[in-house]
Design a binder for this molecule. Structure first.
Ligand code: CDP
Length: 785
């Protein structure tokens, strides 16, 4: 992609090169590890080797004596300050440092603060903890058995391991649909636990000024404003005295939404010691103790008429939440947005029952490039639909087409109560089929089978739901989910745009500048975007779940339009014309019928500070807190072609076509990057990513030798296509896109492998599809060589 010519008018749909890359490429990014403050101390965390154990005692005396150690912090010490436990973003509690028990392997037990990071680390080995191991629960099914030990016995009134139970849809209507069905197809599947594994692990530098009491906390936060509020609530510090600065972040993917003990202890230590304290998490700490994703067990059925019409869907879902319900979930929807499980299909009746259980694992369920459990829901429906097509003996593509919600049905209210804004699913399907060469491939598949080769063609026609709010339905801990933009144009016509969201690599500095540029005609390079500093940006709920463009992107449009309103008044004054006689032309106001009489936005900006009419306030700026009327519903169809080796069970990807629709694309190059990242993640989950545990609760997958992520070597090439169905309620028609590919692709990859084996009756395969698992399936089906 090349940068666009600046003389081109209008800034939407332009692949402007990413502004932020200049500093990243030059190694001039400013990450937490780059922050060094005078007199700074370093903190290291002692983690539990046991998944479940009573703590009889913690002896810190040997560690405290090590030269260079300044303090050893335990849960007991924190308890004296009422800080041993903290609230989570889901309204549960989580231990900051363990006091009574440890409830997962890797749980934070004590922290050493020292003059040097190596001393802090060495001193951990000198802390003596007397543990008494307890029975361990590693699955939600075991957690819900009557005989299971109660993991959260610290919580008053908690007599079992249930976290939540929640349902959506109409049970009675669904029951009726199933009673009247000609055919019922069932799928029981597990979406395994995986980890967002951002390149940069979590960390912070907490600097509490002993004189002013001001706490400046540099931290890896996807939601700095919300985190500040939580800090104010946890620590009882006055909110105006807490400044959270989230500098450059090396990936988040939902992993940097929860509040972690390390942040809280470093801040408490800085408060107690009067010196800045830095904590940088290591890779194992990140993998075993921070927000996991997925771990959903799903069991559901599709009711069908003989002719293939879908008439009902019911799904039971059980999630493994680990020992604390700690992700951000909209408080009205305990299982996130699992409602989207009816997908792209016009299913008149649906009923969803979801349950969450505590286990002896790290808290999980973060929106890993997925808006609150949409990935799991999409995976389920796309697998079930593909299997239903085999049951009916019809083509999976045509079966989807037959049941799609039609363009004229939008806005469409799904059986679980979501109002889809817009869509044209058939257009995306057709394009994907065309690009992949579907017809020819089906012929090739037949031919290949005759030759003894296994070719599989997998599809997924997913619908996403992104952009929380609206605030009437969505809140985190009661904080309504809106977002914000503050735009200030300076005298020389250069602008600063401050946002309530926070990029972790999505390119906000470029795309949001493009949005403001499009509205005002100020070139993007003249607009600096600032995010992530709670003292210097308007309040917002942060970036996750593809919400930035639908919320803060819309806020930017509205703020820019407010600026233009004022600019019009200034132009009328400068041109000595009536406002009614002026019209906007890309970057200037022009007197209608007299194009030579015009004032550019830059001239107007100068006048806002030097020549504004009497009675008008100086300056040219506006703020908007945008509360979207609805979510946006991006969609797409992915097609994957694989060949399966009958000797080894290995499957090789031959082709991937991904057609996405995210409405108006602001920056196509960035959108493509987002999609490719998501496709890679989807491929990784389908092929190799798995965090599992042994019966003692030891995490298998605590490093990148055991937890496999796809590298450029394994990752297939992706061919991208697009359709454009603007969101009718977004001021520029954009829908979010950041996670769509992660939502859509795992099912497409798995469906492709299943498709290769379906003729032999193999339909139920769970991710990750390791060669040994596929080989077993081949063997069972008599296809192995
Ligand atoms: O909230 P997050 O930034 O992760 O997700 P998003 O709103 O889906 O946006 C991801 C990136 O893609 C941002 O830089 C967006 O501005 C950009 N984008 C775009 O250029 N056009 C769209 N229609 C949607 C997103």
């Amino acid at each position: 992609m090349t940068a666009v010519e600046p003389e081109q008018k209008g800034w939407l749909g332009k692949s402007v090169k990413r502004k932020e890359d200049a500093r990243f490429i030059a190694g001039r990014g400013n990450y937490i590890e780059d922050i060094k403050l005078p007199n700074m101390l370093y903190m290291s965390i002692l983690r539990s080797p046991f998944a479940h154990a009573t703590i009889n005692s913690i002896d810190t005396s040997r560690a405290a004596e090590l030269p260079g150690v300044v303090a050893v912090v335990t849960g007991e010490l924190l308890a004296e300050h009422n800080l041993a436990w903290m609230p989570t973003l889901s309204g549960d509690t989580q231990a900051v440092l363990a006091t009574d028990k440890v409830r997962m392997q890797g749980q934070e037990v004590a922290c050493v603060v020292a003059e040097d990071p190596y001393i802090a680390h060495d001193a951990l080995e000198l802390i003596d903890v007397d543990y008494e191991p307890l029975p361990v629960i590693t699955t939600p099914q075991a957690a819900l058995e009557d005989t299971a030990p109660v993991i959260r016995d610290d919580k008053e009134g908690q007599a079992d391991n249930k976290v939540y139970q929640w349902e959506a849809g109409d049970a009675e209507a669904t029951e009726k649909a199933f009673a009247e069905a000609d055919k019922v197809v069932r799928l029981v599947t597990h979406y395994p636990r995986c980890h967002p594994a951002p390149l940069e692990c979590c960390g912070c530098v907490a600097d509490v000024n002993p004189v002013t009491g001001k706490a400046t906390i540099y931290m890896t936060s996807q939601a700095p404003h919300a985190h500040r509020t939580v800090f104010a609530l946890v620590a009882g510090l006055p909110e105006q005295n807490i400044q959270i600065i989230s500098p450059d972040i090396g990936g988040g993917f939902g992993n940097k939404v929860p509040v972690y003990p390390g942040y809280v202890v470093a801040t408490a230590a800085s408060l107690l010691l009067g010196r800045p304290v830095k904590w940088i998490e290591d890779r194992t700490g990140n993998l075993i103790s921070t927000g996991f994703a997925r771990d959903f067990y799903m069991d559901g059925e599709l009711a069908l008429k003989e002719d293939g019409t879908m008439t009902g869907l019911r799904v039971k879902m059980l999630s493994d939440q680990g020992y604390s319900f700690a992700d951000a979930q909209p408080s009205k929807f305990k299982a996130g947005l699992f409602h989207i499980v009816t997908g792209s299909y016009d299913i008149p009746a649906a009923h969803v029952v979801t349950e969450g259980a505590y286990t002896n694992k790290a808290p999980g369920g973060v929106a890993y490039r997925c808006s609150f459990r949409v990935t799991e829901a999409s995976y389920f429906i796309e697998r079930l639909v593909q299997n239903a097509a085999y049951e009916l003996g019809v083509d999976p593509a045509e079966f989807r087409r037959q049941n799609f919600i039609q363009p004229e049905q939008f806005p469409y209210t799904s059986a679980t109560g979501f109002e889809y804004d817009s869509g044209n699913y058939e257009a995306a399907l057709d394009q994907a089929l065309e690009r992949v060469g579907y017809k020819e491939l089906r012929e090739e598949q037949k031919q290949a089978r005759e030759e003894g080769r296994l070719l599989g063609i997998g599809l997924a026609s997913f619908t996403e739901v992104v952009g929380a709010g609206p605030s009437r339905n969505y809140d985190i801990l009661g904080i309504k989910m809106f977002d914000s933009a503050e735009l200030r144009v300076h005298p020389t016509g250069k602008a600063i745009l401050k946002l309530g969201v926070k990029s972790q690599g999505q390119g906000h500095e470029t795309t949001f500048a493009q949005i403001a540029a499009h509205e005002l005609g100020i070139p993007p390079e003249d607009i600096t975007v600032q995010e992530g500093d709670t003292d210097n940006t308007p309040y917002g709920l942060g970036t996750y779940a593809s919400r930035s463009t639908p919320t803060a992107g819309a806020a930017t449009v509205i703020a820019a339009r407010k600026v233009r309103e004022k600019a019009k008044k200034l132009a009328a004054h400068l041109l000595e014309a009536s406002e009614d006689d002026l019209e906007w032309a890309d970057d200037k106001f022009v007197v209608k019928g007299a194009p030579e009489r015009a004032k550019t936005i830059q001239e107007i900006a100068f006048a806002a500070y030097t020549d504004h009419p009497e009675g008008m306030e100086a300056g040219l700026e506006a703020t908007n807190y945008y509360d979207p009327p609805n979510m946006t519903y991006p969609f797409g169809t992915y097609a994957v072609v694989v060949e399966i080796d009958r000797g080894t069970g290995q499957w090789k990807v031959k082709k991937v076509v991904a057609v996405d629709d995210c409405g108006t694309r602001i920056n196509p190059m960035i959108v493509e990057g987002q999609i490719m990242g998501g496709l890679t993640e989807g491929f990784g989950t389908a092929a190799m990513e798995l965090i599992t545990f042994d019966e003692d609760g030891n995490c298998i997958g605590s490093n990148f030798m055991d937890y496999l992520l796809p590298t450029a070597w394994e990752t297939p090439a992706f061919e991208l296509g697009e359709t454009v169905t603007p969101s009718p309620h977004h001021p520029i028609g954009a829908k979010g896109v950041g996670e769509s590919a992660t939502v859509g692709s795992p099912a497409a990859f798995v469906n492709a492998v299943v498709d290769g084996l379906a003729h032999a009756g193999v339909r139920d395969l769970d991710m990750p599809l390791t060669p040994s698992k596929v080989w077993e399936a081949l063997d069972k089906a008599g296809l192995a060589e």
